[in-house]
Unconditional design. Structure first.
Length: 164
C-alpha cells in the first residue's frame, strides 16, 4: 500500500528533526539515521537515532520506536501514530513496525535512493537485501521521499560511507 501523497509542512518539520538526529548519530560514530513517533494529536511521543556502533546491529531508531510503542501505547494509539524517519525503513524495521501495528511511515529518503548512492560510491550494500517498506509490510501506508531533504541526507550518507 505504498503512497505518493505529497509531503506536508508538518511532515517536513518532523523529517527535519529526523535529519538532525541522523546528524547526531553520525557525529557520534553511528550510521546517519534518526526517527520520531508522532501521535494522532501531533505530539512527539518518542525519538531516537541509530546506535549500532556499540555492536548491536539491531539498534536502529525505527526498531526502537516499534519496541517503545509496543510497551507504551495501546493498539489504537499505535495504529493512529505516524513514524517519521530520515531513511526508509529496512526489512527488519518494516517488519517490526507492521508487527506492532503502527500507522503510516513518512520518510525523507528512500531505499532506492540509498541503494543508488551506495552503488555509485562502491559501498558494500550490507547484510540485508534493500527492500522498500511495501515489499515487507504491504499494509503500511507510506509517504516519501521528501525532495527538500535529499541533498542533505545524501551528504550525510556520503560522509558515513567515507566518500565526502
Amino acid at each position: 500500500m505504498s503512497s505518493t501523497h505529497t509531503i506536508t509542512d508538518q511532515d517536513l518539520t518532523h523529517l527535519r528533526r529526523c535529519v538532525d538526529l541522523a546528524r547526531e548519530a553520525l557525529d557520534d560514530g553511528d550510521e546517519p539515521f534518526g526517527s520520531v513517533l508522532v501521535d494522532s494529536r501531533g505530539t512527539v511521543r518518542f525519538e531516537d537515532r541509530n546506535r549500532i556502533s556499540g555492536g548491536d546491529s539491531t539498534r536502529h531508531p525505527e526498531f526502537a520506536i516499534a519496541r517503545w510503542a509496543a510497551e507504551n501505547l495501546t493498539p489504537e494509539e499505535r495504529a493512529s501514530a505516524t513514524a517519521y524517519t530520515s531513511g526508509e525503513h529496512c526489512a527488519l524495521c518494516s517488519a517490526a513496525h507492521a508487527l506492532v501495528g503502527l500507522g503510516p511511515i513518512v520518510y525523507a529518503s528512500s531505499t532506492e535512493q540509498l541503494t543508488t548512492w551506495r552503488t555509485e560510491w562502491g559501498v558494500d550494500p550490507g547484510p540485508l537485501t534493500p527492500l522498500p517498506i511495501h515489499a515487507v509490510a504491504p499494509g503500511v501506508p507510506t509517504r516519501g521521499p521528501a525532495a527538500e531533504l535529499t541533498e542533505e541526507i545524501r551528504a550525510l550518507q556520503a560522509r558515513s560511507s567515507g566518500v565526502a
